[in-house]
Write a protein that binds this ligand. Structure first.
Ligand SMILES: C[S@@+](CC[C@H](N)C(=O)[O-])C[C@H]1O[C@@H](n2cnc3c(N)ncnc32)[C@H](O)[C@@H]1O
Length: 213
């Protein structure tokens, strides 16, 4: 994997190593979070109301969120850095498309997508690189396309690395993350802060944004 930044190689290797355990851990997680299910359903409605079209889950891991979005009627595929994750996703959901790739350099034409979901995947982007991720989201989204982010919220602190169990990850103040997205000309549609469940350590942030022309 030459030509890629070392953090991408480190992230891919870290997720390759834990992919099977991770898939097992999160398999039924959405069953326990009705607020997240409601938000994913709202995202699907926004995409449909804007005319529908292809949606990508970027950093899809084992594909369970991709499959959930498909169940909501979206034309969705998944992309992930980790080849082992993609292999697991393809085996679990053989009717869905999954590709190895990085969300900061997507093999997609300009304006191809109607929606993007990043569910706990931008958490691994070094903060100084995040603007270039949003620039790539903007490039591949059609005007009016929607972007849904799930992340760990900083609960009053600044953006900071924390001891994520797999590899380096960052918690973000929700206002600061929204501000980075706005720099790439996304407008906020809505947000949610969810308190941690018993198995979680931190408050969970959700941002729904729309790409403006
Ligand atoms: C915490 S897991 C979340 C997986 C999935 N979204 C879910 O909720 O089950 C984070 C995933 O993001 C992927 N990832 C991290 N950085 C990425 C990048 N730059 N491009 C694509 N995938 C990335 C990792 O390989 C990992 O599978």
């Amino acid at each position: 994997m030459t030509g890629r930044s070392s953090h991408l190689n480190a992230t891919a290797e870290a997720y390759d190593a834990v992919a099977v355990q991770y898939a097992e851990l999160v398999r039924d997680e959405l069953d326990h979070v009705p607020l997240d299910r409601a938000l994913l359903a709202a995202f699907a409605d926004f995409v449909r109301q804007a005319g529908g079209g292809p949606v990508a889950e970027l950093g899809c891991g084992p594909g369970r969120v991709t499959a959930y979005l498909r169940g909501l009627g979206l034309d969705v595929f998944g992309v992930d850095l980790s080849p082992v994750m993609i292999d697991l996703a393809r085996r679990a959901y053989p009717d869905l498309r999954f590709e190895v790739g990085s969300m900061d350099a997507l093999d997609l034409p300009d304006g191809e997508l109607s929606g993007i979901v990043c569910w706990y995947s931008i958490i691994h982007a070094p903060p100084e690189e995040l603007p270039s991720y949003f620039a790539e989201f903007r490039r591949v989204l059609a005007p009016g396309g929607h972007l849904l982010l799930g992340f760990f919220e900083s609960e009053g602190g600044e953006v900071a690395a924390f001891d994520h169990r797999v590899t380096t990850a960052y918690r973000w103040p929700i206002d600061d993350l929204a501000a980075v997205a706005r720099e790439s000309r996304f407008v906020e549609v809505g947000r949610m802060l969810r308190e941690p469940r018993d198995v979680e350590r931190f408050r969970q942030g959700r941002l729904l944004m729309r790409r403006v022309p």
